[in-house]
Design a protein around this ligand. Structure first.
Ligand code: FES
Ligand code: FE
Length: 396
């Protein structure tokens, strides 16, 4: 598969990496089906039978809370003749009833009943095919691989840092869905650099420095002073002072960054919209960034969190779901809650679509990445090309 994408270090990828359906198929197999994918939030699965779905190319995974509280994930494929069984993209059921011939599955995926299959039919020999699922600090992940990569080290990074934000008890207040006309890698590249922030993100730039992105080697004494002072305060609150940045090439980052002076949250005026979430006691916790490649980035402020989930549709199209979460007992103005990250995200999608259009044109050639502010893009492209070169983790 590495033959599909020839990359020159320090340069953007060749056109085919963003436009060729064969590369897109390889991306699904070697990247999306081989890694842990962000599925949704614990708060969306807070009662038996509550479920959500994740699309990965031709696959759809159902994630559902079981009767005993355990989380289950299944391929959304009936064991009879293969119909989809989930009644919607999310919801709550007592059981999954296939709409075709009404086979009935328990929440744990076992077949409960199958009408008109004869006296000798071994009902309990059939089930919805299981998919690996894990839950950490209020985030739910699935993996389609037969032998999923390690999740524990990511959870060990996530839980002490994100756990205190109480996302496990949070609820989704605002959900925005977008269809972006660009390859999924264009969206990831855009997320991994802040070269464009000052020029494109006025709302984001109110509260955020444009440095601190992993791989940005600029020095900024004001930022360094703010970071050192903030880390001392965070340690005093019991929050880990050290960040986790793609350790040994692993596809995740959990990093707490300071906000600009006067800002206690990524809001337009810096004021928090609600009391600190979870077990946080002080609103001054900066903004915790979580990245899990290939399909999640999230910001957790003291008062709210926002997650971004990517779903590749085809080589030139990516669906995005943006969720804004608060504590269940918080009363917030949804527009104030979404103001910064809805604007920032929509600005990013416009940038990505312009980027995608240029990449797809006959005038495109790979261009040079900045060694000053795009080392993070270089790193993510290295990770991508390495992932393509690894054998698929399941039969095609
Ligand atoms: Fe599901 Fe027949 S395909 S019951
Ligand atoms: Fe951006």
């Amino acid at each position: 598969m590495s033959d599909l994408v020839h990359r020159t270090p320090g340069w953007s990828l060749p056109q085919a990496a963003y436009t060729d359906p064969d590369v897109f198929a390889a991306d699904l197999e070697h990247v999306f089906a081989a890694h842990w994918l962000f599925a949704g939030h614990t708060g969306e699965l807070d009662a038996p039978g509550r479920f959500l779905t994740v699309d990965v190319g031709r696959d759809r995974v159902i994630v559902v809370r079981g009767e005993g509280g355990a989380l289950h994930a299944h391929h959304d494929v009936c064991a009879h003749r293969g119909s989809r069984v989930a009644p919607d993209v999310r919801g709550q059921v007592r059981a999954f009833v296939c709409p075709y011939h009404q086979w009935v599955y328990d929440l744990d995926g076992t077949l409960r009943s199958a009408r008109l299959m004869g006296d000798c039919f071994a009902t309990r020999s059939y089930r919805l095919a299981p998919v690996a699922v894990r839950e950490s600090a209020g985030l739910v992940f699935v993996c389609l691989a037969d032998a999923p990569p390690d999740f524990d080290a990511f959870a060990a990074a996530l839980e002490p840092r994100l756990g205190p934000h109480g996302l496990a008890d949070a609820h989704v207040v605002v959900r925005e869905r977008y269809r972006v006309a660009a390859n999924w890698k264009t969206l990831v590249e855009n997320n991994r650099e802040c070269y464009h922030c000052a020029g494109s993100h006025p709302e984001f730039s109110l509260s955020n420095f444009d440095v601190g992105v992993n791989g940005d080697v600029r020095t900024n004494p004001r930022y360094d002073r703010a970071l050192a002072a903030a880390r001392a305060r965070w340690r005093a609150q019991g929050l880990p002072g050290e960040d986790v940045n793609f350790p040994d090439g692993a596809p995740y980052r959990v990093a707490r960054l300071p906000l600009r002076e006067g800002f206690l949250s990524e809001t337009l005026d810096g004021r928090p919209l609600a009391a600190p979430m979870g077990t946080l006691t002080d609103p001054d916790v900066g903004s915790l960034r979580v990245i899990s490649l290939p399909n999640l980035w999230a910001h957790a402020n003291a008062d709210y969190a926002v997650t971004t989930r990517l779903t590749p549709v085809d080589a030139g199209t990516t669906d995005v779901e943006l969720c804004f979460l608060t504590a269940r007992d918080a009363t917030v103005d949804p527009d104030a809650l979404a103001a910064v990250w809805r604007a920032t995200s929509e600005q990013d999608w416009e940038l990505c679509e312009r980027n995608g259009a240029g990449i797809a044109s006959r005038g495109y050639r790979p261009g040079p990445l900045s060694p000053v502010v795009e080392a993070s893009v270089e790193a993510v492209l290295d990770w991508y090309v390495s992932a393509l070169a690894r054998p698929a983790r399941r039969a095609a």
